[in-house]
Design a protein around this ligand. Structure first.
Ligand code: THG
Length: 562
């Protein structure tokens, strides 16, 4: 039975703290524990052995700080490979034949852009280097621990994904007593991003203490169908006489283990301050217990760093604000040309207040550096709103720029069926864990629903062959200008129905397109909106300032099953 199947059937126990152990073994303060893999391999192996004897079925290699930038603090940046290999070997030797070795990693110590100076790609490379060493050394599992910034976690997972082949990946973040990470990510948003990136197990480690962790575990359990890993501290550290102490007793910590299982934990261990006696008690209470099983929720899941929304038949209609878009707006275009984000930020706020539930971000102005502007816009907008973003550009580089600056799970706008577009956008969406709007168009925008569907199917097939799922795609059935293309506009309605019935996928339109150049645009837009909702439309890019639109959505929702 492979690891993932096994943890769905029985609770497994992972190990406890390495750090406190090494301190009592004489690790000088200020010395990197990772270096002891080479300098004191027997001590490291013996710690692993203690945990194996206490009942741990998984031990984590002593490589938390064995990334290039952290080793550079000790002048050892060229020894990443050697140190990580030794870490896995020590874990294997100490743990014995029946142990699973999880190759572990932790934060680089630098903040990833836009919060800090570390470029996303650089962070990816750092983790790629470490994980490739851990995989080569024979790690059975990979584990990322103690991440407090979702952007860095993303980089770590992207890096791991590029080298891990089929080695399972556990991704653990650490939360404050308010159940958010230090840079503001909620458990739900973490799940959206991690599911999108294809991690196998979502976890929580370290944090304030076992009690405070309960809320996070409960919320993770409600948010994701993926298995959950829980590694609590033995309480918050207190400094006494120059010594770091953890005051929660083994009973205090272990007694919460059954509660963690009830809330959804599949793997339980300990973090700072826990010792083999803690793990022994955890084993006696939950090892082999039957974990809760949770079904995958349908719908396309997108998120900011703190809030999630799902797009699909069973979820509230999604209103994507269209107003961050310079097309036809002189002042907006001029601001972008000057590199200013003030109008963008103001427009984000205003749309949120008007009731938009997601925001489209389009900063395409001819003769400007759209990628840099997209970075700036995404960075600025995610600071002022919790709404999930839709990254809208016809340029592949600008889309990527948005993706590498966004800490949530965005919707990429868009891909079409042209081969060059498919091959540029879909692999990028997959790699970055995003969801995508697929235009039912290719070399042309067909009039008929049949031809639009053919294009949709072409995108769908390619997306699935790249490992995306039907819940990663929202099909844009193409609202066209009704004055010029009356039949084309009617066919949009048939396209919605066909996509819903034959692919079972979520649908969207850019509503305002339909009324370009016509008087009384709201009446035209909102009539069409109600008709499209009758066919099963799940979302629209809309003018959120139009009160009639909100009423149309509310009214039409009464007649659909949402
Ligand atoms: N599908 C997808 N993405 C899209 C569209 C789509 N993105 C862009 C567009 N279509 C949807 N967004 C808008 C934004 C603004 C207006 C219309 C559609 C609009 N704007 C001005 C206004 O505010 O009055 C007028 C601009 C003008 O007259 O040129 O109407 O279909 N996936």
């Amino acid at each position: 039975m492979n690891f993932i199947e096994r943890i769905k059937k029985e609770v497994m126990v992972i190990d406890g703290s390495m750090g406190v152990f090494l301190q009592t073994e004489g690790l000088p303060s200020g010395h990197a524990p990772d270096l002891w893999n080479l300098e004191r391999p027997d001590v490291i192996a013996s710690v692993h052995n203690h945990y194996a004897k206490a009942g741990s079925q998984i031990v984590i290699s002593n490589s938390f700080g064995a990334t290039r930038p952290r080793l550079a603090d000790y002048g050892r940046q060229s020894d990443v490979k050697e140190i990580n290999r030794a870490a896995v070997e020590n874990a294997r030797r100490g743990g014995g034949d029946n142990i699973l070795v999880a190759g572990g990693s932790g934060p680089t110590g630098k903040l990833v852009a836009p919060l800090g100076d570390l470029a996303f790609e650089e962070a990816v490379d750092i983790f790629k280097e470490q994980f490739s060493a851990l995989v080569e050394a024979g790690a059975d599992i990979l584990i990322i621990e103690t991440m407090f910034d979702l952007m860095e976690m993303k980089a770590a997972v992207v890096g791991a994904n590029e080298v891990r082949k089929n080695v399972p990946l556990i991704a653990c973040m650490t939360y404050t007593a308010d159940s958010v990470t230090d840079t503001g990510a909620s458990p739900e948003a973490v799940c959206a991003v991690m599911e999108g990136l294809g991690v196998d197990v979502i976890g929580v480690n370290c944090s304030t203490g076992p009690d405070e962790m309960l809320d996070v575990v409960r919320r993770l359990g409600e948010a994701t169908h993926l298995p959950i890993c829980v590694e609590p501290n033995a309480g918050l550290p207190v400094i006494e006489k120059g010594q770091t102490l953890y005051k929660a007793s083994s009973d205090e910590m272990a007694n919460l283990a059954p509660k963690f299982v009830e809330y959804g934990a599949n793997i339980i261990g300990g973090c700072c301050g826990t010792r083999p006696d803690y793990i022994e008690k955890v084993c006696s209470l939950v090892k082999g217990a039957k974990p809760a099983s949770r079904a995958k929720k349908d719908g396309v899941l997108i998120s900011s760093r703190s809030e999630i929304i799902r797009i699909g038949s069973r979820f509230p209609f999604v209103k994507v604000g269209e107003k961050i878009n310079p097309t036809g707006k002189k002042k907006f275009g001029a601001a972008i040309k000057e590199g200013r984000t003030d109008l963008i930020v103001m427009t984000a706020r205003k749309q949120m207040e008007a009731g938009a539930t997601a925001l489209d971000v389009n900063v395409g102005v001819p003769m400007t550096d759209e990628s840099t502007m997209m970075e700036q816009a995404v960075a600025a907008v995610q600071n002022v709103t919790h709404l999930p973003l839709v990254i809208d550009s016809s340029g592949n580089d600008a889309i990527y720029a948005g993706l590498r600056f966004y800490s949530g799970r965005p919707l990429v706008n868009s891909v079409n069926a042209e081969p060059s577009k498919l091959e540029a956008v879909l692999p990028m969406v997959k790699r970055m864990g995003a969801a995508v709007i697929a235009l039912c168009a290719g070399e042309d925008v067909p009039e008929s629903a049949e031809k639009r569907f053919d294009y949709a199917k072409r995108i769908y097939d390619r997306a699935l062959s790249l490992g995306l799922t039907k819940d990663d795609i929202v099909f844009d059935c193409l609202a066209v200008v009704v004055s010029a293309m009356q039949e084309g506009a009617r066919q949009t309605l048939f396209t919605i129905r066909k996509i819903k019935e034959e692919l079972g996928c979520a649908t969207i339109i850019g509503l305002s397109n339909t009324s370009f150049g016509l008087p009384d645009r709201p009446t035209i837009n909102n009539s069409f909106l109600a008709m499209a909702m009758a066919e099963g439309l799940d979302a629209a890019i809309v003018n959120p300032y139009d009160a009639g639109m909100h009423k149309a959505v509310a009214g039409a929702s009464l007649f659909s099953r949402r």
